[in-house]
Design a binder for this molecule. Structure first.
Ligand code: HEM
Length: 321
């Protein structure tokens, strides 16, 4: 590759890395605000708010477009970053043998590729922890809670109705997050009630008997149908994941290890953002003698505050479990 072609392709790569990187920073802010609900709201209110939020995030069409843009940006940012790293290495294979890097570049800028790879490992692990369960596998229980007034466990539906476990046991079944009306269960229950009436009223009139027979015939017309959709209880999945009680069969403290892995990964993310934020503005050519120092300051603030708030979430969940 000629020197000018090399520079051009490097600039293009940096430009796209900057754009996708800044978009991912916006994603981080949104994701953080959503996740803070895990520690800000407590009890049933918190669980309900988080599960309703998770449902909205996975079903709203505009958010779904943003989600695909996020997946694309993560992949593009990572692949572009690796390509840039290899390109730079090929161009200056012995660079560090002659210079003292610590004298003219920060830790974060020298280790961006390594930090980025660690963030990618975190994202892959993180998505298999929660995202996979929420979107792909049916491994998440349905949101239910105990109602003291009904003295029963209730399922909350998307329409805001509450369906008791007793009703489900008698007339339906649960499939994933669907509450299904089962015609056979309903028919058996109704026929039992009719038999009870007949037993208690042996001298029932011909007219009433005809009416009962009519009702019995109508029962045959009922069919199984989905009566409501419930929420996935992602809140409980997250809480149990970081819980002190989350231990393997052999006693390995999975909750503690999970929490430490998340906290460590947030430190890595912080270092990656420390250099990445301000350098994205440079790559986009947005350099200004007046504003660049301010952008650099904002970037450093962002790199500290956002990962710190993210790290507090698993740490608090673990400590409060
Ligand atoms: C440490 C605190 C964090 C918690 C408790 C957390 C929790 C979650 C949960 C529960 C989901 C599944 C949501 C769903 O599919 O509806 C999710 C998705 C995701 N998380 Fe996190 N997260 C954390 C930090 C991060 C960080 C720091 C990143 C990026 C570096 C990240 C990247 C993602 C991505 C890309 C998705 C998929 C989003 C989508 O499908 O639109 N998360 N997270």
């Amino acid at each position: 590759m000629s020197k000018s072609a090399f520079i051009k392709s490097s600039i293009a790569k940096k430009y796209w890395m900057a754009l996708t990187g800044l978009f991912l920073c916006l994603f981080l802010v949104g994701h953080l605000i959503g996740n803070l609900q895990l520690i800000v709201k407590t009890g049933e209110e918190g669980r309900r708010a988080f599960n309703e939020y998770a449902y909205f995030m996975t079903h709203n069409p505009a958010i779904m477009v943003l989600s695909y843009l996020t997946y694309f940006s993560i992949l593009f940012h990572a692949i572009d970053g690796i390509a840039l790293f290899i390109q730079n290495k090929k161009a200056r294979p012995v660079s560090y043998a002659y210079t003292k890097p610590s004298a003219n570049s920060s830790f974060a800028s020298r280790y961006m590729a390594l930090l980025g790879t660690l963030v990618l490992v975190f994202i892959a692990t993180h998505m298999s922890n929660f995202w996979w369960k929420m979107k792909v596998s049916d491994d998440v229980p349905m949101h239910s809670y105990y109602s003291t007034s009904s003295q029963d466990t209730m399922y909350l539906t998307h329409k805001g109705e509450q369906i008791s476990t007793k009703q489900i046991r008698e007339f339906g079944e649960i499939k994933g997050t669907q509450l299904i009306f089962k015609a056979d269960k309903y028919t058996v229950s109704m026929e039992r009630q009719i038999d009870d009436i007949l037993e208690q009223n042996p001298d029932i009139s011909e007219n009433d008997l005809a009416l009962i027979e009519e009702q019995k015939q109508k029962l045959k017309q009922y069919k199984d149908e989905i009566i409501a959709e419930g929420y996935k209880d992602l809140h409980t999945v997250v809480m149990e994941f970081f819980s002190k009680n989350n231990k393997s069969n052999t006693g390995v403290p999975l909750g503690l290890l999970g929490m430490l892995f998340y906290v460590f990964s947030m430190a890595v993310l912080g270092f990656h953002l420390w250099h990445g934020f301000a350098s994205a503005f440079q790559s986009l050519g947005l350099n200004h003698p007046k504003y660049s120092p301010m952008i650099s300051m904002i970037g450093k603030g962002f790199a500290v505050v956002i990962p710190l708030l993210f790290a507090i979430i698993p740490a608090l969940i673990y400590l409060n479990s």
